[in-house]
Design a protein around this ligand. Structure first.
Ligand code: PLP
Length: 388
């Protein structure tokens, strides 16, 4: 057998399968034999377990994280004429869902140290049309939810937490997804709690909101074959639910492993010139869906992303994979041209898109692979700086 000792992939899901594959297969077989593929006890059980884990009264399973956001927006009666404030530095779905329900996303620049929405700029973006704030705990790092909720309450705004990358993360010992009015989770395979396919959930402590989201995910059906609104077909499959129930038992230990990898990366990389390591707020406990650094040639801004891209190429040549989350901010995406944002308007997000590099991060990443990543990055930076 040839050992590919030099290769460090950005993500390797097969390692997790090797750990719990048998356990998952047994549970999947049981569902296959039961004939209950949609709804049924497996989905109910997972919804209860997940609600308990997050610390809320209700969990509504659905087809994806994207659908969870749509269900939350619709349940809060957000639609045409309304504005929802979010971040330009996130996966497209955060803003896309706002547009999908007919409302308008309003982007607030980020704090480049945490990559999250800059709360110093939030209040200036609130208008009489604003109905909700959608914070995104990007890369698994919780926002300052105390301050965000103070601002939301002062202006009587709903808060939809996009927790797609932050399952298990905590702000002041409270799980994200239990602090705002609704928390929206994705079980896409690369998220910290990943299904073997698509899946999502919305969490809330408001029974009326939970009931509204349950109706909406079943075609807007309020009682059997009786419809008062247009909904969706968005269900969590029983097969995914049993897989998620098993993985939920491992989530805390997997997140702890991510935290220790992040600690090692931080310890070594914070001393490397040209690297800015991500900051975790003192009251936050992040879960590191991504470990994302910023790269700039020393003392020089990097407006094109060329420096980052050449480091990334060199790193790949060292056998270390990496990813760029995200290369373009949402306010400058072609689809949002009509919103009228101009280059330079949200400078932190724009700058960060040219500097970010996400390093290999998954719970099973070995100490050897972590060290290869660190040394590979140091070497790649040195080479890229010479070319510069
Ligand atoms: C993954 C993700 C989503 C969407 O989740 P899906 O399950 O892929 O639909 C939404 N927001 C963020 C920040 C994400 O990372």
């Amino acid at each position: 057998m040839v050992l590919k000792v030099n290769n460090v992939p950005p993500l390797d899901l097969s390692r997790q399968y090797a750990q719990i594959g048998d356990e998952m297969a047994t549970a999947v077989q049981k569902v296959l034999a039961s004939g209950a593929y949609i709804g049924g006890p497996a989905v109910k059980t997972f919804e209860q377990e997940f609600a308990n884990y997050i610390g809320v009264s209700d969990c509504v399973g659905c087809n994806s994280g994207t659908d969870a956001l749509i269900l939350a927006l619709r349940a809060l009666k957000i639609g045409p004429g309304d504005e929802v404030i979010t971040t330009p530095f996130t996966f497209f779905a955060s803003a896309e869902t706002v547009s999908a329900v007919g409302a308008t996303p309003v982007f607030v620049d980020i704090d480049s140290a945490t990559f999250n929405m800059d709360l110093d700029r939030l209040e200036a973006a609130i208008t009489e049309k604003t109905k909700a704030i959608m914070p995104v705990h990007i890369f698994g790092q919780p926002m300052d939810m105390t301050r965000l909720m103070d601002i939301a309450n002062k202006h009587n705004l709903a808060v939809i937490e996009d927790c797609a990358q932050s399952v298990g993360a905590e702000w002041q010992s409270q799980k994200v997804g239990s602090i705002g009015h609704v928390g929206c989770f994705s079980f896409y395979p690369t998220k910290n709690l990943g299904a073997c396919g698509d899946g999502g959930a919305a969490t809330t402590n408001d029974p009326a909101l939970a009931a509204a989201m349950r109706r909406l995910k079943e075609h807007g059906q309020s009682s059997r074959y009786f419809y008062e609104e247009i909904g969706y077909n968005s269900r969590l499959d029983a097969l995914q639910a049993v897989i998620l129930s098993i993985k939920l038992r491992y989530l805390d230990s997997w997140n702890a492993q991510r935290r220790s990898i992040a600690a090692l990366y931080g310890e070594f990389l914070s001393r490397v010139p040209g690297v800015v390591v991500p900051k975790e707020l003192p009251l936050a406990k992040g879960v590191w869906n991504q470990y994302t650094i910023r790269l700039s040639p020393e003392d020089a801004p990097n407006p094109s992303g060329n420096f980052r891209d050449s480091v990334r190429t060199k790193l790949q040549e060292c056998g270390v994979g990496s990813m760029v989350y995200y290369p373009f901010p949402l306010h400058l995406q072609p689809v949002y041209k009509s919103l009228g944002y101009l280059p330079g308007e949200l400078p932190q997000a724009e700058q960060v898109c040219c500097e970010v590099l996400s390093l290999p991060m998954f719970p099973e990443l070995s100490r050897d692979q972590q060290e290869r990543t660190i040394y590979g990055l140091k070497d790649s930076l040195a080479v890229a700086a010479q070319i510069q």
